[in-house]
Design a binder for this molecule. Structure first.
Ligand SMILES: Nc1ncnc2c1ncn2[C@@H]1O[C@H](COP(=O)(O)OP(=O)(O)OP(=O)(O)O)[C@@H](O)[C@H]1O
Ligand SMILES: [Mg+2]
Length: 188
C-alpha cells in the first residue's frame, strides 16, 4: 500500500479538497483507495462521502497519534491521509510513514512561508515531498511569482489546481487532477 499524505498546518490550503479529488481520480483509474481523515472537527471527508455517495473508504482518526496503528490494519492500493490543519508534532510521524508528502499551498507569501517551514522540517526524513499550488488564478502576478518560487525550490509538481468544482462535473478540474495524479504516480 502506498501512502500519500497531504499536509500543511495552514488552514484552507486545499488539503481536503485535493484529497477528495485525487481519491476519486485514482478510483476512476481502477485503484482501490482509502482515505484517512485526521480532522476531528471538520470531518469533511466523511461528510463528503455521505453527500456524494462515493464508495471509497474513509476513517476518522480519534487520536492523530494512533495513525500508525490504524494504517497497519488497512490494505488499499493507495491510502491518502488528509492532514488536519490542527496537527502539531504528529505531522512528522505521518510524514515518516508516507511514501510521498504533498503540501498544498495557495499563491501568497503568507501561505508559502509556513508551507516552506513545514517543508524544511520534513526534509531530513527522506520522504519525497512536493508542493502543489492550489486555488491559483491564472496569469496573476501573485500566481506567476509563486510558480517561480516553487520552481526555484526545485520540489514542486508542475500541475497546479485552479478549479474546484467536483471532479466528474468539470472537465478542466478533472484534467488538472489527472495531471496531479500522473505526477504522484511518477514519484511513487
Ligand atoms: N482548487 C480550488 N479551487 C477553488 N476553491 C478551492 C480549491 N481548493 C480548495 N478550495 C476552497 O478553499 C477552502 C479550503 O479548502 P480545504 O477545506 O480543502 O482546505 P484545507 O487545507 O483542508 O483546510 P483545513 O486546514 O481547514 O482542513 C474551501 O472553501 C474550498 O472549497
Ligand atoms: Mg481539511
Amino acid at each position: 500500500m502506498k501512502i500519500i499524505s497531504f499536509l500543511n498546518s495552514k488552514g484552507g490550503a486545499g488539503k481536503t479538497t485535493t484529497v477528495i479529488n485525487v481519491a476519486r481520480g485514482l478510483q476512476l483509474k481502477g485503484f482501490s483507495v482509502g482515505v484517512l481523515d485526521t480532522d476531528l472537527h471538520q470531518q469533511s471527508v466523511a461528510q463528503w462521502r455521505q453527500d456524494a455517495d462515493a464508495d471509497f473508504f474513509s476513517v476518522d482518526v480519534a487520536d492523530p497519534k494512533s495513525v500508525q496503528t490504524i494504517v497497519n490494519g488497512l490494505n488499499f492500493d493507495y491510502l491518502l491521509i488528509d492532514g488536519a490543519g490542527s496537527l502539531g508534532e504528529e505531522i512528522v510521524g505521518i510524514a515518516k510513514i508516507s511514501n510521498l508528502v504533498v503540501i498544498p499551498v495557495k499563491p501568497s507569501p503568507f501561505d508559502y512561508w509556513p508551507a516552506a517551514r513545514l517543508f524544511d522540517s520534513l526534509k531530513p526524513l527522506n520522504t519525497p515531498i512536493a508542493y502543489l499550488l492550489t486555488q491559483a488564478r491564472k496569469h496573476t502576478t501573485m500566481t506567476n511569482e509563486m510558480i517561480q518560487t516553487l520552481i526555484d525550490e526545485g520540489s514542486s509538481f508542475d500541475s497546479s489546481r485552479r478549479r474546484h468544482t467536483r471532479y466528474e462535473h468539470d472537465k478542466v478540474a478533472a484534467a488538472e487532477i489527472d495531471a496531479v495524479i500522473n505526477e504522484i504516480l511518477e514519484v511513487i
